[in-house]
Write a protein that binds this ligand. Structure first.
Ligand code: ZN
Length: 140
């Protein structure tokens, strides 16, 4: 079951510069930076009334974010739908003919389980199915 919009991901080239805008100009609550080396990205995390906003910068030339920015430029990258069971949600969607980028949920930030759907089936927005860690979301 979909519970909420968990977070919105925005692809940027200069994480420090854009963090200044969201933290210092907009005044959003800043939770910190997190490196996800296996996905080749570094993120800056903000919280707006329990919905996160993530700025995503590539730290590897062959990351999905590097490819995205090369093709489409900076900007809105994905919307993550918070669900109670990512595997069950994904299987149900696939049974209904929705194409998925990930055939099974994989490990995301903070012990979460995530899977991306194919934008051709979602109005050309990259949707992420997001199940937060059952031990609570810990961020350093
Ligand atoms: Zn995400």
């Amino acid at each position: 079951m979909i519970q909420k919009i968990d977070h919105i991901g925005i692809a940027v080239k200069d994480l420090e510069k854009d963090t200044k805008f969201y933290r210092d100009v907009l005044g959003l609550s800043f939770e910190g930076y997190e490196d996800l080396p296996d996905r080749g990205i570094r993120i800056a995390v903000f919280n707006i009334n329990d919905v996160r906003l993530e700025l995503i910068q590539s730290i590897s030339p062959d990351s999905a974010i590097a490819t995205f920015i090369e093709r489409r430029g900076e900007g809105l990258h994905h919307i993550a739908l918070g669900v109670d069971d990512a595997a069950e949600m994904l299987a149900g969607l696939v049974r209904n003919g929705v194409r998925a980028i990930d055939s099974e949920p994989r490990k995301g930030a903070g012990g979460s389980r995530i899977a991306f759907l194919d934008p051709r089936d979602t109005g050309h927005v990259l949707l992420e199915i997001y199940e937060k860690s059952r031990d609570g979301h810990k961020r350093k």
